[in-house]
Design a protein around this ligand. Structure first.
Ligand code: ADP
Ligand code: ASP
Ligand code: MG
Length: 445
């Protein structure tokens, strides 16, 4: 069997949804499971609706509700007919009714918990897959609709819940019977906790859902269908001449994803590695075009791609007391551990530690506690650029080329990972585009 995951732009309207079904039907003999995201921008609108409702902006919240409703109904009307149209409308209406009551609840309570956010965000995927399912039936394709929440079980860390792997695998195995000639249609991103509340795997999490389904069903392949020709040497929005990488190892892909290459969600790789399932990244707008295969692969030494992350915060802790003191880093990490805030990069000197984080939820508490250890300085609005590849040290000119090409850009921090598959650089946010373009020119053109 195979899993095909389609992102928001791939299902943005009736025409694109039709193309998604065509791509899947073309491979119907491979027993496909189709995992879909919400239509583009719908998750953003649902989250905005929650914010508006929470702050009592009733008119704005209800307007967003109407827009979301109309977009799905008009898509249904664009490509469904007769019985399938009325059944789809009925199915969608049940989601609209629920969404409407949740919105009313938030307006009343003026409060929105992570748990309510997930309940609201989940409608995006439920609605897009409803449209795909009835369109498949209209086209005479044998299709089955499955609610991912009945299969993917998570902890209750709402808005970025972690799957409980064993129970999830068991449920997927019991619920789905992929077979040639039939398309199973289900949702990415959404799941359920043990207590039965709707949860989500975090923004961009549909990619992760795809490999969760793939691993549970021992897929021969997982295909991530998106809006670019695979994983490229850098984000083509920053450098339009970026090129597709034909083959990349699981480790390199994971590193790229973690450091900002949004084309795959960072957690996507793990379930695939465990079962050794190749993950192909392809373009729905250009299905016959170039693509990337993520697999067990040892690439030649050198740089593979450049990833970048915006809105990074740099925290510097200075303390003369650190001199010769052991247990100092331990005390610092205990603070980040307490506030569940991951540290991305770290550099130390005899008297200072610099760290980057991108989750600012607990920044004030973290600073308050860190001030007990030393002088704390916080710099917001930074960017990280991450060069990913293999065995950089084999090329003695590598570091020199990096810094020469960054001439004129204020580098704030450098970290060459011991894994030797990434060199990360922290720079001012405003220099991001220029720095990525310069590095790309140096290494890829
Ligand atoms: P989807 O909705 O299909 O999940 P995303 O918007 O999440 O798509 O991811 C695709 C986007 O990722 C591309 O449009 C591109 O701008 C961005 N991107 C960032 N880095 C890379 C990269 N190295 N290669 C390809 N795309 C990248
Ligand atoms: N719809 C969700 C989001 O926009 C999940 C996804 O698209 O992967 O974050
Ligand atoms: Mg995505």
């Amino acid at each position: 069997m195979i899993v095909l995951k389609f992102g928001g732009t791939s299902v943005q309207n009736a025409e694109r949804m039709d193309e998604v079904l065509t791509i899947t039907e073309y491979q119907i003999d491979r027993a496909p499971v189709l995992v879909s995201s919400a239509m583009s921008k719908i998750t953003d609108s649902l989250l905005l609706l929650s914010q508006k409702a929470k702050s009592g902006e009733e008119k704005e919240a209800l307007q967003l509700f109407e827009d979301i409703r109309n977009r799905h109904l008009s898509t249904a009307e664009a490509f469904l007919k007769g019985d399938n149209l009325s059944k789809a409308a009925e199915h969608l209406e049940s989601y609209f009714t629920e969404l409407h009551s949740l919105t009313r609840g938030l307006l009343l309570l003026k409060e929105c918990t992570p748990r309510s956010l997930d309940a609201i965000a989940s409608f995006g995927e439920l609605m897009s897959t409803t449209l795909l399912y009835y369109r498949a039936l209209t086209r005479g394709i044998q299709a089955e609709f499955a609610d991912a929440r009945d299969m993917v079980l998570t902890d209750d860390n709402f808005t970025s819940a972690l799957p409980l792997v064993e129970e999830t695998n068991k449920r997927i195995g019991e619920a789905l019977r992929p077979e040639p000639g039939k398309i199973i249609i289900t949702q990415g991103f959404i799941a359920r906790t043990k207590a039965g509340a709707t949860s989500t795997l975090g923004r961009g999490g549909s990619d992760y859902s795809a490999t969760i389904f793939g691993a549970a069903l021992n897929a021969e392949e997982v295909q991530i269908w998106t809006d670019v020709d695979g994983i490229m040497t850098t984000d083509p929005r920053i450098v339009p001449e970026a090129k597709t990488i034909a083959k990349i190892s699981y480790e390199e892909a994971a590193e790229l994803a973690y450091f900002g290459a949004k084309v795959v969600h960072p957690s996507t790789i793990q379930p695939a590695v465990e079962k050794n399932i190749p993950v192909l990244v392809k373009n729905t707008m250009n299905p016959q075009g170039k693509y990337t295969s993520i697999e067990v692969y040892s690439n030649k030494p050198g740089i593979r791609a450049i990833a970048s992350k915006k809105d990074i915060t740099l925290i510097n802790i200075n303390s003369t007391r650190m001199l010769n003191a052991y247990g100092f880093l331990n005390r610092i990490f205990a603070i980040f551990d307490k506030y569940k805030t991951p540290v991305d990069l770290i550099a130390t000197s005899e008297v200072s530690v610099s760290m980057t984080i991108d989750n600012l939820t607990y920044i004030e508490d973290i600073v308050k506690e860190a001030e007990k250890i030393g002088y704390v300085n916080v710099e917001q609005g930074k960017s990280i650029i991450c060069l990913v590849g293999q065995n950089f040290w084999q090329d003695s000119a590598f570091v020199e080329r990096v810094f020469k090409s960054l001439h004129g850009i204020k580098v704030r921090m450098i970290s060459l990972g011991s894994s030797d598959i990434n060199l990360s650089i922290v720079i001012p946010g405003a220099s991001l585009q220029e720095a990525v373009q310069k590095l790309h020119r140096e290494f890829f053109s």
